[in-house]
Design a protein around this ligand. Sequence first.
Ligand SMILES: [Fe+2]
Length: 274
Amino acid sequence: MEEEGTTPAISRKTLLKAAFIAAPVPLLATGAPALARTVWAEGGPLEPTPFCEDGDDPTIPQTEGPYFKPNSPRRSTLPGSGTPLVVSGFVFGLACQPLANVLVDFWQCDTNGNYDNRGFNFRGHQFTDAQGRYQLTTIVPGLYPGRTRHIHVKAQAPNRPVLTTQLYFPGEPRNNTDTIFDPRLLMTIRTVGGRREGTFDFVLNVAGQPTPTGSPTPTATPTTTPPGGSWAPGTAYTAGVTVTYGGATYRCLQPHTSQAGWEPPNVPALWQRV
Ligand SMILES: [Fe+2]
């Protein structure tokens, strides 16, 4: 089988700096980078998901590997035998605004390390929903010579350039020897029963204003009638404290400094209704 990306001595140019590994990740013990939503909640900067490629033009055709095929079927479930895997997350812009209708195209090898180059097994594209979410139901890809375990992906916001990259699994021995592997592209993986659950947030180079995930549409929150309560923007909240907002009580889940748009009902990652 043809190996991909085994060109030696290539100094991989990360075209865009990744802030993930520079940001504090105290909650993660897996060595995986923090999810973008966590970095944002902690006040860290977001920068685009790094291209998993060599920056030199001649090597660009290798970045997506030899097995990409256009016109994959639109589906979020890639059927086949193997260890079940569900990968989910968000696609954000630079201001952590969820990006809807992002084309996310996945392809991977089967459990034996083979790509389907005749048909479209383990290939499929989907679009992020209004909250910028995607979810892929598949299997854990196998291994093939020259590479560590990975899933290929292209992500493209409407009328924006395509990001071509790959997702990786923590704890893989070959992560140490694969010259393409980049720890900034590690998923957070957990095992639930007999299946794996992976999470990864993409950040595309799309400017915008922050819109907390799960926030209602602008028309759903009348700005002329402040709901009131003890919650206030610009306040440093610690985990465990409770506030009131809109007649309800919320408990802080993780320390952060509040800001307009992060009202408790809008940010379930920060506030839990009690
Ligand atoms: Fe591959």
